[in-house]
Design a protein around this ligand. Structure first.
Ligand code: FNR
Length: 384
């Protein structure tokens, strides 16, 4: 089967994923918060970023590589952290870590993923990043950082845009509870999606394995790890960032930065990069689009900027790279690819993104992702 003719774009992978997943899993993956205005705004604002088409430049040799934390990376994009990804596809973390390692791009493991740093250690490449939902207890913090480090994670990502849990109404409507409970309704949805159900049955119900150790040791016999994820974590403050800076020797990235003044202050504290993100619209429904804040944040700091939220192809990456991002991450898209195609999904997505980058770079006469032409603000697109 020629994957490119059946699934030429992320939208095709998303459609196929929706067909293959039980509705409650699809809603967990795809949903945002509120009326999803922020998610819509991310898309609309990206669509307004244009370039002038370039002509008469002759054949171009395109280079997709870039440099981050002093290391050369072959592609300007990687895998964002996604909690409970094992619920989306069996062994999602393993598949993603291996595909990212094969392509030489970053893979970020979430604290609340369904596999632990130790599980993933044999599958990691050079670009292994660990995302921290910050534990309150200092002993747990120190232990978690040590575990991430000895498993081979080099970059630490502190997520700061989840000061409290958000409401995801679509998810709630689908019958998914916090903590997840297998109700008759969810069971019926599961049985109607046999590929997914069989995969899960083979591996057992996913749960948050990184946290297992602390749950038995600290919280007695509370039964749900999903709920415990929230009990263990704190809402970090500036001192917490300082504490991390003092306890982690490698690069630290702060994820969820949307204010230029926060960018300045974080740079002064000695972090290594900022991840400009509105969590794909999953946290706050009155947030500006990530791409709208990027130029101001670029002006406020000289730190490398990582960008995510709503990236649906190579053109979106070029838009963000041209407006000041140094690196791009995708969350949902990698999971659409897995749910649509299973193990070959992530490699196919990487291929789509490479081809789309090259094709659009040809249109704007760019040979290098680190020096792109100026953008132009476009008017609304009208569909006939
Ligand atoms: C996320 N995201 C996320 N971020 C994080 O720091 N820790 C986490 O555990 C999670 N979990 C998570 C679950 C799911 C299902 C999704 C879709 C997202 C946010 C993620 O890292 C990233 O910021 C967004 O997904 C980016 O937007 P796109 O690429 O999905 O549009």
């Amino acid at each position: 089967m020629d994957l490119h003719s059946r699934y030429p774009a992320i939208a095709d992978l998303a459609r196929q994923a929706q067909r293959r997943l039980p509705p409650f899993v699809w809603e967990y993956l795809d949903s945002a918060t509120g009326t999803e205005a922020t998610k819509t705004r991310n898309r609309a604002a990206l669509d307004r970023v244009g370039f002038l088409p370039s002509i008469l430049h002759g054949p171009l040799e395109v280079d997709l590589s870039t440099t981050l934390f002093g290391e050369k990376l072959p592609l300007p994009f990687g895998v964002a952290p996604v909690g409970m990804s094992g619920l989306i596809w069996p062994d999602a973390e393993g598949h993603l870590a291996r595909s990212a390692a094969a392509a030489g791009i970053p893979y970020t493991l979430s604290t609340v993923a369904s596999q632990s740093p130790e599980d993933l250690a044999p599958h990691l490449g050079e670009q292994a990043w660990f995302q921290l939902y910050p534990p309150k207890d200092p002993d747990i913090r120190i232990d978690m950082l040590a575990r991430a480090k000895s498993a081979g994670f080099k970059v630490l990502v502190l997520t700061v845009d989840v000061p409290v849990a958000s409401r995801r109404e679509r998810q709630m409507r689908s019958g998914l509870t916090q903590p997840p409970r297998l109700t008759p309704r969810l069971l019926a949805q599961t049985l109607a999606n046999p590929t997914w159900a069989l995969g899960m049955a083979r591996r057992g119900m996913p749960h948050m394995r990184t946290l297992d150790k602390y749950i038995t040791g600290n919280l007695g016999n509370l039964s749900s790890t999903a709920h415990i994820g929230y009990l263990l974590r704190t809402s970090p403050d500036w001192e917490y960032v300082q504490w991390l800076r003092d306890h982690w020797q490698g690069p630290i990235v702060i994820k969820g930065v949307m204010r230029p003044e926060d960018a300045e202050r974080l740079q002064d504290m000695g972090v290594d990069a900022l991840w400009v993100s509105n969590h794909g619209g999953r946290q706050f429904d009155a947030s500006p689009a990530t791409i709208e804040m990027l130029p101001e944040i670029r002006r406020a700091t000289t730190l490398p900027l990582i960008f995510d939220s709503g990236v649906e192809g190579g053109l979106d990456m070029l838009r963000a790279l041209a407006l000041g991002a140094d690196y791009i991450m995708l969350g949902r898209a990698f999971h659409f690819a897995l749910a649509a195609l299973g193990e070959p999904g992530p490699a196919h997505l990487i291929d789509i993104l490479k081809q789309d980058l090259k094709s659009n770079m040809g249109q704007i006469g760019a040979t290098d992702v680190t020096s792109l032409p100026l953008t132009r603000t476009l008017g609304p697109a009208h569909q006939l």
